[in-house]
Design a protein. Structure first.
Length: 289
């Protein structure tokens, strides 16, 4: 029985494109996107408890432990399987909140994967993904653990092989209110549906694809509301193609070599947060499900 699991990564993701192709009667938006795992990550530590309690030992400022996604994920798995054990959770937080890179969702997925191993539940990945969807639309992707072409709310996942790339991710240190952007009356909600094969063909040489075909449909709405995000995109335009990920605020560009990404980072204004990071082929905890 695993009593301690330390140094469990919760990697970030990038949306290589994000199209909104429709809206359901319940108000949820239908999406198409490609998720790319990257090696910029939070690190989580888990210690088994025998009293059944779920304890977050270092909660984030302003986030009550009971609402933290890792605590909710642990309680969900505990109730689903009737587990008598509990867990202590500690997080080394590196990924900025509200950055469009999936930090909280990834933390929740790493919790599900780690506790599947620690509590020796041996749940199959599909079952964990179904649980993950109740925590948030991005959580199933991190449990899926492979780069993916995604549809629906983001939960219909198809593994794709993507070229090795290095990225510069820049966050202007603002928090984008995702709900507000989804309510924007000018938000594009009728992008043409594309196929996975179409994306792979047209993004073969440039992992981002071309802006004429692939884009982030939320980017225009975000840049109207947040001048700081627009400023980052304008800064990138002076030397390369860049795109916002998720609902923002982070913007990224792809490079063939880490040296090229590092050179771009050296030009970064000091008041922005930047990270040079590399693509991952699969989640570091992929074997835990």
């Amino acid at each position: 029985m695993y009593e301690i699991l330390r140094d469990c990564p919760a990697p970030a993701k990038l949306n290589l494109f994000l199209h909104i192709v429709g809206r359901r009667p319940n108000g949820y938006h239908e999406l198409q996107t490609v998720f790319q795992l990257i090696d910029w990550a939070d690190t989580l530590h888990f210690g088994r408890r025998d009293d059944g309690r779920i304890v977050h030992t270092n909660p984030l400022p302003g986030v009550p432990p009971e609402t933290d996604l890792t605590v909710r994920a642990a309680r969900l798995l505990q109730a689903h399987c009737g587990v008598r054990f509990g867990v202590e959770i500690a997080i080394e937080k590196r990924l900025p909140a509200g950055g469009g890179i999936g930090g909280g969702s990834s933390d929740a997925a790493t919790t599900l994967l780690a506790l599947n191993r620690m509590w020796q539940l041996d749940l199959p990945r599909a079952e964990l993904q179904a649980l993950a969807l109740t925590l948030g639309a991005d959580v199933p992707f991190f449990v899926f653990g492979r780069n993916a072409f995604a549809e629906g709310l983001g939960e219909e996942l198809h593994a794709v092989d993507l070229p090795q790339r290095h990225f510069l991710v820049v966050n202007p240190r603002v928090h984008v209110a995702t709900d507000k952007i989804f309510r924007d009356p000018l938000l594009t909600r009728d992008s043409k549906i594309v196929t996975m094969a179409f994306f792979l063909e047209h993004a073969d040489k440039n992992v981002l694809g071309t802006d004429e075909i692939f884009r982030n449909d939320m980017q225009a709405a975000v840049t109207r509301e947040y001048a700081e995000v627009a400023a980052v995109i304008d800064w990138f335009r002076t030397f390369t193609t860049a795109r916002m990920t998720g609902s923002g605020a982070s913007v990224f560009a792809a490079f063939d070599t880490k040296a090229d990404a590092e050179a771009a980072y050296q030009r970064l204004p000091e008041h922005w947060l930047g990270q040079v990071t590399s693509s991952l082929a699969e989640h570091p905890l992929f074997a835990f499900a």
